[in-house]
Design a protein around this ligand. Structure first.
Ligand code: SF4
Ligand code: SF4
Ligand code: SF4
Length: 410
């Protein structure tokens, strides 16, 4: 058996490590390799192999880089090949890209829109802040090119997520940039991330400033929520979801569980950020076999092996990004204290928004699907079910009694 663990349904392919930009905080290899058609087709065949995806019917593939749109023809050919495979096997396949947006125009944009490709769009906020870090190879800022066709994109696909990266010196402008993304560029959802490479521990003043910025974002989200708008800041969303589920995430993500990444040469890794570390290669798509023991190091990771995580009240963290932990400490289980402080601030904001809005039915509607899903999955005991039925029974008996009493009064 090629896959001795659970079926894999979510994949990322490093189609190229090359990029037309040179962002100052980029973690991608500076000696870029590119993938090719042979790897792409073998990867699709491997993904659809019943031993790999098992009973999973819906497969999801993200094209990642570098900048995936520098390899647009290859991307298109593999996406088409995947759809043909889908027709033959009866399994579905959906696609997404993570892009800097600078090549998302003309024929490429039309194709992406016509082929229902999901998009995570890297943009840091106002031009002056975006251009500080997100530059082309010649050192010029990439903002103007990135937003050139953004209106057309967001009109057709309002669900595109803005990936906003912030660094220590842009923390004081976090709220300003976030608000700009929503109000001026018209994104409806934003996934912020702290620039982790080169790694920086935040100092006390930076954490205080971050607290101030998150509080402003929290106030802003409450205001928007009262106007009937959905949560746009993804950590607030995740926080509220976990509060409702009332369960702590044991790990930060699906790396090594139902999610794996494929490198440019066909190597298999726990996630896209592990692809430059040969010691994390779980196998390759040609033999198809996955080193289950190595996969489980990520897939079965449980943050509660750490004493501080065991006591921690931050429900959505799961012990921080395993790849960042590895970059910083060469150990996926070891996390940074300043990242804990950031997670804790974000969770406090999520709690405040929840407390303020929990009785607003329209607002809570956006979380209903998670409540239902987790109810199905929850370990509810037979005793609890019996008790619920008894309670229902008492209510029904009371209703029947009232009806009878009314009938007798007549
Ligand atoms: S756009 Fe992405 S891959 Fe390209 S340099 Fe910037 S962070 Fe790196
Ligand atoms: S915030 Fe820190 S202590 Fe809490 S779960 Fe995350 S890594 Fe563990
Ligand atoms: S290990 Fe980090 S980068 Fe990889 S999927 Fe998890 S959270 Fe994302």
């Amino acid at each position: 058996m090629k896959n001795n663990g659970i079926g894999i349904s979510t994949f990322t392919w490093i189609i190229t490590e090359d990029c037309n930009c040179r962002c100052k905080y980029c973690f991608v290899d500076k000696n870029p390799k590119k993938s090719n058609i042979k790897v792409g087709k073998a990867m699709i065949d491997w993904m659809f192999d019943p031993e790999i995806s098992k009973d999973d019917k819906d497969l999801q593939l993200t094209f990642f880089g570098g900048e995936p749109l520098t390899e647009f023809d290859l991307l298109k050919e593999i996406a088409i090949y995947g759809r043909e495979k889908s027709k033959k096997t009866g399994k579905n396949i959906s696609y997404s890209i993570t892009t800097n947006g600078t090549l998302l125009s003309g024929e490429r944009l039309d194709w992406i829109l016509n082929n229902d490709i999901g998009i995570l769009f890297s943009i840091d906020g106002k031009k002056e802040f975006h251009d500080k870090y997100r530059v082309f190879a010649d050192g010029k800022g990439s903002y103007d090119r990135a937003v050139e066709d953004l209106d057309k994109l967001l009109q057709a696909k309002p669900q595109v997520v803005a990936r906003m990266t912030y660094a220590p010196d842009t923390i004081p402008y976090l709220f300003e940039n976030y608000k700009f993304l929503l109000e001026d560029l018209h994104f409806q959802s934003c996934a912020p991330t702290f620039a982790t490479d080169p790694y920086t521990e935040l100092n006390e003043d930076e954490i205080k400033e971050l607290d101030k910025q998150f509080k402003l974002i929290g106030d802003y989200e409450i205001n928007r929520a009262k106007q009937g708008k959905k949560i746009a800041f993804n950590y607030i969303y995740k926080g509220i979801r976990q509060i409702l589920v009332n369960k702590k995430l044991p790990s930060p993500c699906g790396a090594g569980k139902k999610y794996l990444a494929i490198g440019t040469e066909g190597g298999i890794f726990p996630c896209h950020r592990f692809t430059s570390w040969p010691e994390w290669e779980l196998g390759n798509i040609y033999s198809g076999y996955i080193n289950q023991e190595l996969r489980d190091k990520c897939g079965k990771f449980n943050c509660e092996i750490n004493e501080d995580c065991k006591k921690c009240q931050v429900l959505f963290c799961g012990g921080q990004c395993l790849a960042s932990n590895y970059v910083n400490y060469k150990d996926i289980t070891k996390h940074s204290q300043s990242n804990c402080a950031v997670a804790s601030l974000q969770f406090q904001v999520a709690k405040r928004v929840y407390e303020e809005m929990k009785n607003d039915e329209q607002f809570m509607g956006q979380f209903r699907k998670f409540q239902k899903k987790d109810f199905k999955k929850s370990e509810i005991t037979l005793g609890e079910i019996k008790k619920m039925l008894e309670e229902q029974n008492i209510i029904l008996k009371n209703i029947a009694k009232v009806i009878l009493d009314l009938a007798e009064d007549k």
